[in-house]
Every structure is written in structure tokens, then in C-alpha cells.
Design a protein around this ligand. Structure first.
Ligand SMILES: [Zn+2]
Length: 441
């Protein structure tokens, strides 16, 4: 009997030991309007998170039941953030309190995630700036540069650097992370677009932080973008796979096995970032897909222009635009493409992707593809559209034997004076082969 009791007590003790969790990692990322803190734990815990603002300190407090933390503050990754100090202390009944001191008052939302692609359970804390503290978000700058509707506006290019924050994307043999390589290419593309008259860039991710796939498309829509380009450099099953490729959203199924593989991998980004899919989302998505077919043709044409340019600076994985169910391409109000700028799993391409030279060449090829497309197919109401209209409406006439100013004027329904003025002519003399601008009557 005693032995049995002892066994029960021992079992209880054991279960306590098994259930106790240890905080083994703390990682922090700032985004323009929030800060994400992730606690890595060896098991699931009951916890409470709350803000203690006011007074001399602004704090976010997390109380965890039956937990411990032995890591030193200097082990905490990404320290240069809005979190200025981290403290931890024991609480009654094996509890643990972790306090995050922040630069300014912040609110907190939190959730817990099961191990998913990492060995640890995670508590995710999203610390949000109070409204008055929020920086002007870049959306506004894109809207400002879109002038009043009567004036021709810029074409807005939404540039999405894939992954970010706790989602590193693929990792190359040289430890290069996809999220860093694609942000470098995105920033170079932003610079080129900004320099080009008639275009305005809009960066969806500006630093090393996570954004859900849905929020990426939402940001592009809010910025009233005319086009979304999502930039990646993924890993593939075989390290020998290499070359760039361009994808558009497919209506049904993927155009190849590799396209499906890559889309599945990309869509896992939200699992890393802790976004949970719901059936409701699925239904909304289906409705959106129907709207999106409208932009399929444009997306494909844009993709082909970009792919053509990419082929001049890089080897191509597939010479045609491919299709697959990439979540980030579900943009109901604009055409969208996803580019794989190379396979980070290929040692040679990983080396290239890490160089500024390759990043710049790649960005330039993306830019030229986009620019060529919009010069040929400018969006209605844009500066590019009005420039194209002007050049089309300006007729020219090449002088042939027997032509004189009054016969030409008669033919085009304008006056001799108008022709002379448009061409700065001081006399009526013409010569064969001379090119005359014909003003609009
Ligand atoms: Zn990716």
C-alpha cells in the first residue's frame, strides 16, 4: 500500500516536472507600428500578458505558471528595439514573471503556438504603439504622391520582400537567409522605381519583421497600388535546382510539380508567423479568387516582361511564366507576380545572392520589366497614359515631291500658320524627306 502511494506521489512529481516549461529563447523584432516578442518554451504553459503603463516606466508583463528562465539578458536576440530592458523573477508556486520595459507606452496582444517547424512552443506577444505614437505609415506617402484625380497620377508599384522577422525564409549553405537577400533586392528596386518619372514605389516590408500574407496584400490594396511584386529566393528539394522564375496565381492547380512545391513552402510563412487559417477565411478567399481572374491576363503579361529581362542577367529555371496557388498573390484589385530570384539552396546561387552586384543586377532587371510593361500598357489616368496619348496624337508628315504648305495644311485640316509655328519655320520653303510636326486642329 505504502509502495503504491509512493508510486502515485512520484508519478505526480514527475508530471509536474514534465509540465514545467523553461524559457529558452527570447527574440524581438520592430516593425513600423508594432514590436513582436517571441518566447521559445520547452512545453506549453498557462500564462497571462498585460501592459503596465504610466508612471516612470512602461512595461509589458508576462506571468507564466510553473516555468523558469535561466538565460542571460545578453543571450536575447535582436536587442536594438523598442524594448529597452528585460527582467525576470520568480513568483509563488513555481511561477515566472518576465517584464519588458518599452520606450513608449504600448498595448499587448498575445497567443501561444505549438511547435511548428521549430522544436519549441512559442508565446507570441504583439506590442502595439498607441495611436498618437505611431509613425506616419508609408501608405500615406504613396497616396500623397497619387495626385488629385483630375491630374495624371503616378503608377504605384507595391514591392514585397518575402518573409521577415521570425520567418527567415529559406537558408542557404552559406547561412544566407532568404529574408535578408530579398530585402536587399527590394530596396534596390524601390530606389530605381523612385527615380523613374511617372512611378512611385511602396515598400510592404521595410525591415526585419514579420507580416502575414494577408496583411501584405491588404497593405498593397490600401496603398492603391497598380501592381504587386513579391520577391523571393527559395530553397528546393535538390540543391542542383537553379535559376530564376516568375509565378502568377493559378485558378486551379499548379503548372508544374516545382511550382506547387514552392507555393506550399511560401504559404507556410504564416505558420511560422502564427497566423491560423479559418474556414471563414477560406470562403472569403474563394470569392476574392473570382474577382482576381480579371487581373490574370495582366499578371501573365507583366510576368512575361519581367521574366524576359531576368533572363538577361540570370539563368532561368523555367522560360515561361508559371502558375500556382500563392496566397500573397490573392490581390483582388491589381495584377500581381511572385519572382524567385534564384535558389538559395544552390551553393553557387546562394553565393551570388549574397553579393551586391547580383542583387543590383536582379533589381534592375525586375525594374526594366515592370517599366516596359507599364510604358506599353499604362494605367488609365496615369501620367504615363497621358504621355502615351500625347505621342500618339502628334502626327508627322514627311515631305514628298510636289508637297507644299497649303496642300499639307488642307489635308490635315489645319492652317499654314499653325504648321509653321509648330515647326518653327521662318519661310515656306520645304525639302523632300523633311519631317513636319502636324499640330492638332
Ligand atoms: Zn520565399
Amino acid at each position: 500500500m505504502l509502495a503504491r502511494c509512493l508510486a502515485v506521489v512520484f508519478a505526480c512529481l514527475l508530471s509536474v516536472v514534465v509540465q514545467a516549461a523553461e524559457v529558452v529563447g527570447v527574440r524581438i523584432w520592430d516593425s513600423p507600428d508594432s514590436t513582436r516578442v517571441v518566447l521559445d518554451l520547452t512545453g506549453p504553459v498557462n500564462y497571462k500578458a498585460f501592459a503596465l503603463n504610466g508612471g516612470p516606466l512602461n512595461r509589458i508583463v508576462v506571468d507564466l505558471e510553473r516555468s523558469s528562465m535561466t538565460m542571460a539578458p545578453e543571450d536575447i536576440a535582436n536587442q536594438d528595439t523598442r524594448v529597452t530592458r528585460i527582467r525576470s523573477g520568480r513568483r509563488e508556486a513555481d511561477g515566472l514573471r518576465v517584464v519588458f520595459e518599452t520606450q513608449q507606452p504600448m498595448a499587448v496582444k498575445s497567443f501561444q503556438l505549438l511547435p511548428e517547424k521549430t522544436p519549441y512552443h512559442r508565446i507570441v506577444l504583439d506590442l502595439m504603439l498607441q495611436e498618437s505614437e505611431q509613425q506616419a505609415i508609408p501608405v500615406r506617402s504613396a497616396q500623397e504622391s497619387a495626385r488629385p484625380s483630375s491630374q495624371p497620377r503616378d503608377i504605384i508599384i507595391a514591392i514585397d520582400a518575402g518573409h521577415g522577422g521570425e520567418d527567415p525564409g529559406a537558408i542557404g549553405p552559406n547561412r544566407l537567409m532568404e529574408k535578408h537577400a530579398v530585402l536587399a533586392i527590394a530596396k534596390e528596386l524601390e530606389r530605381l522605381v523612385r527615380q523613374e518619372p511617372g512611378f512611385t514605389p511602396f515598400m510592404i516590408r521595410t525591415g526585419d519583421y514579420y507580416i502575414s500574407l494577408r496583411d501584405r496584400t491588404r497593405k498593397a490594396t490600401e496603398a492603391k497600388a497598380d501592381f504587386l511584386i513579391s520577391i523571393h529566393a527559395d530553397a528546393f528539394k535538390h540543391p542542383s535546382a537553379r535559376g530564376g522564375s516568375v509565378f502568377v496565381l493559378s485558378e486551379r492547380g499548379a503548372s508544374s510539380e516545382s511550382a506547387k512545391f514552392l507555393a506550399d513552402r511560401e504559404n507556410e510563412s504564416d505558420i511560422m508567423g502564427g497566423v491560423l487559417a479559418s474556414r471563414e477565411n477560406y470562403l472569403v478567399q474563394t470569392l476574392m479568387d473570382m474577382q482576381m481572374t480579371h487581373y490574370r491576363k495582366e499578371s501573365r503579361m507583366l510576368g512575361a516582361d519581367v521574366l524576359g529581362r531576368m533572363g538577361q542577367v540570370a539563368r532561368l529555371h523555367k522560360s515561361e511564366v508559371e502558375e500556382a496557388g500563392f496566397m500573397v498573390l490573392r490581390t483582388p484589385s491589381m495584377p500581381a507576380i511572385l519572382v524567385e530570384t534564384g535558389f538559395i539552396s544552390n551553393p553557387e546561387e546562394a553565393r551570388k545572392l549574397a553579393t551586391e552586384r547580383y542583387q543590383k543586377n536582379m533589381a534592375r532587371s525586375l525594374f526594366e520589366g515592370i517599366r516596359n510593361y507599364f510604358q506599353a500598357h499604362p494605367t488609365e489616368g496615369s501620367l504615363l497614359a497621358s504621355l502615351k496619348q500625347q505621342s500618339l496624337s502628334q502626327q508627322t508628315h514627311i515631305i514628298r515631291r510636289g508637297d507644299n504648305l497649303s496642300t499639307i495644311a488642307q489635308r490635315y485640316g489645319v492652317s499654314v500658320g499653325q504648321i509653321k509655328q509648330a515647326n518653327n519655320l521662318t519661310s515656306d520653303r520645304l525639302h523632300v524627306g523633311q519631317e513636319l510636326k502636324i499640330p492638332q486642329s
